[in-house]
Design a protein around this ligand. Structure first.
Ligand code: PRX
Length: 635
């Protein structure tokens, strides 16, 4: 990297010479080095009162004592990781050109970090855009952030030191950040004028054997639109070395995204600069960590901190907040959706939700009815609904539909597609990998990704046992999943929530999903309990809507719904109506608690500190007692 410093030094020197176009702001930084160079031996401190060296003096010194001239300049202007030991070692007769020998630096650090440390809000770039009067100012801090994000993205996509990256972008801050991002990770950039044709672009990519192209959807020049992405698509057909095309947006137009393409904007929620990101999770939960605090703030987003509950002061709270804060992305838990759905559509429709673009769900399987409600009622059939699957241990979203892809199919109640770097494998009971579509098994991952957990604090063996023992060589999530014929993933629930009824294994979530399709039933929880004949039977807890009507009728309809949707054997033997389900603060139903109540193991309920409202235990216990009494009298 030593050679890069020369360009930078020359730039500074030119900027400091009187009469040069860039001579404003004299004396610039670096001039003291020049004075020193002119007034004493290399690196010596000038005596007080030394006059600035004149241009002729400097010129003579640069010609006659290159080391004394350039050495102090390079030292003062650039940030060296390793200082050079020799400024200059050149000999034209043998073609030896050596500058700053032994020194190492990263030019992006010299360009950005040193200024961010001193004055982060100084303007680094003024982007005079195609349309007059729409200029944008980018500070050093912003440029460093974008550069680092891009550098990380490039690394995540396999770009290493020495790899070549083609930048096919018009003049823009993002193109600058792309250059600096390459420099930051030691990749070599080749910036290709964004007026070149597909053929010229392909030729340049092939000459350099580039791994990645970075481009925009479209460019704007002289009031004309240039279809950059289309040109790249055409070019990369002839470029076998290209592994990824990173696509940013200069205009609003959505472009076709193919297999090689990676959108540069936030990827699951389609976050755009200036958006208001509303993740309503508590920060005491991983979703709050990753999607209220770390994720949004690292990306310079505006993140909403929600202190309240979805029903305070009334069930319109979320949507009133969406209207007032103009939230663009709303990210919450299915449990809240089911709760609100129970209160009816009027609470939603009362408020303007036109700012919303993406509605995210996390934490539990989202049943069809809740998904449809979110889509049709909250999102007016206009917003993208993303069912995102992940875990505390995974750090961030692992499986999710990706709405920023133009024309990407999104199916209800399905997490669908593995995220970048996530390689799922479904396993059968014997630990064999299930290939192809229409298969269900244990959801594992065959490859590590940066955000995943590294250990369990103070007990690494427990970490190994919990996640890597069941399927050696794989991370086991503890969840089951189904892969459709189309290759999409649908989470079926925790593996320990699988029950075996008369030899039929099925996830309790499947029964819950079938029952929740009944219009009067917003929430259910199904558990297995021992049964003399069937081995295990299903016990269902259900919550009814306020206007559900005749509850006996609903129960008999539920039985036939499950029989029709799944099979007769899946019909719960017992169905108990409760006012609400026991939930953690993060909205997960504590099925373990329900199981213990049914098994009569109330002395041994385990850790109940995460319950949102501990009084639910006595509430469920007495409902169950009444249920048992009723059964006893009817027998
Ligand atoms: O069973 C899965 C369920 O939540 C579990 C992870 O819970 P936790 O570590 O508390 O993290 C919650 C926030 C990510 C998973 O093992 N889960 C999470 N998201 C989904 C889900 N189940 C089905 N569909 C989802 N989208």
């Amino acid at each position: 990297m030593a050679a890069r410093s020369l360009g930078c030094g020359v730039w500074r020197l030119l900027g400091s010479l009187p009469g040069h176009a860039g001579a404003r702001g004299w004396p610039p930084r670096g001039v003291s080095a020049l004075r020193r160079a002119a007034s004493g031996p290399s690196g010596s401190v000038p005596a007080a009162g030394v006059q600035p060296a004149s241009y002729p003096t400097l010129r003579v010194q640069a010609a006659q004592q290159p080391a004394a001239f350039w050495g102090p300049l390079a030292q003062e202007t650039l940030l060296w990781d390793t200082p050079y030991h020799t400024v200059w070692d050149c000999d034209f007769s043998s073609g030896k050109i050596g500058w700053f020998l032994g020194g190492q630096l990263n030019v992006s650090v010299s360009c950005l970090d040193q200024h961010v440390r001193k004055s982060p809000e100084s303007v680094a770039l003024i982007w005079e855009r195609d349309e007059p009067g729409t200029e944008v100012r980018i500070t050093y801090r912003e440029l460093l952030e974008t550069t680092c994000r891009l550098a990380n993205l490039l690394k995540r996509h396999g770009v290493c030191r020495g790899d070549r990256v083609a930048i096919y972008m018009p003049v823009s801050p993002l193109a600058v950040a792309a250059m600096l991002a390459c420099a930051r990770i030691g990749a070599v950039h080749t910036v290709i004028f964004a007026g070149f044709s597909a053929q010229s672009l392909a030729g340049r990519i092939n000459d350099a054997k580039c791994k990645v192209v970075i481009t925009f959807n479209q460019g704007l020049r002289g009031g004309r639109v240039v279809e950059l992405k289309e040109i790249v698509d055409e070019a990369v057909k002839h470029c076998p070395t290209i592994q990824y095309v990173l696509v940013a947006h200069r205009t609003d137009k959505k472009v076709h995204m193919g297999n090689l393409d990676v959108p540069l904007e936030q990827l699951v929620f389609d976050y755009q600069p200036g958006d208001i990101f509303g993740c309503v999770a508590d920060i005491g939960w991983i979703t709050g960590h990753s999607y209220v605090v770390y994720g949004p703030l690292c990306n310079g987003a505006t993140s909403v901190l929600f202190e309240s509950t979805p029903v305070y002061p009334d069930p319109g709270r979320y949507w009133e907040m969406v209207q007032r804060l103009k939230i663009n992305q709303f990210y919450g838990a299915p449990t809240a959706v089911r709760l609100l759905l129970k209160h009816g559509d009027a609470w939603v429709k009362k408020y303007d939700r036109s700012s919303l673009r993406t509605l995210g769900s996390v934490g539990e399987p989202i049943n069809q009815e809740a998904w449809e409600w979110l889509h049709k009622v909250v999102g007016d059939s206009r917003c993208t609904v993303v069912d995102t699957w992940w875990q505390t241990e995974t750090g961030g979203i692992c499986i999710a539909p990706r709405p920023s892809e133009e024309g990407a199919e999104i199916l209800p109640s399905m997490a669908m597609r593995p995220f970048f770097g996530i390689v799922p494998a479904l396993m059968d009971e014997k630990g064999n990998i299930l290939e192809g579509g229409d298969v269900s098994g244990a959801l594992c991952f065959s490859q590590a990704w940066p955000g995943m957990a590294r250990t369990i604090y103070g007990d690494h063996q427990r970490f190994v046992d919990a996640y890597f023992k069941a399927y050696p060589g794989y991370y086991f999530s503890g969840d089951g999943a189904h892969r459709t014929k189309g290759g999409y993933y649908q989470i079926t629930g925790r593996m320990d929530d699988v029950i075996n009824i008369s030899g039929h294994r099925l996830g309790t979530a499947e029964i819950e999903d079938a029952m929740a399709s009944h219009p009067a039933v917003p929430e259910t929880a199904v558990i297995g309990y021992p049964h003399d004949i069937k081995g295990e039977a299903a016990f269902a807890f259900i919550v009814l809507k306020d206007d559900a009507g005749d509850s006996d009728m609903v129960i008999s309809e539920l039985r036939s719904t499950v029989a029709t949707k799944i099979a007769k054997y899946a019909v719960p033997d017992q169905i108990l109506i409760v006012k609400r389900l026991p939930k953690t603060r993060s909205g997960k139903v504590m099925r373990r608690l329900l199981r213990k109540i049914i098994l009569g193991r109330t002395q041994d309920l385990g850790d109940t500190t995460t319950l949102e409202d501990p009084s639910i235990i006595t509430e469920i216990l007495s409902a169950y007692q009444r249920h048992k009494d009723k059964k006893a009298t009817s027998q």
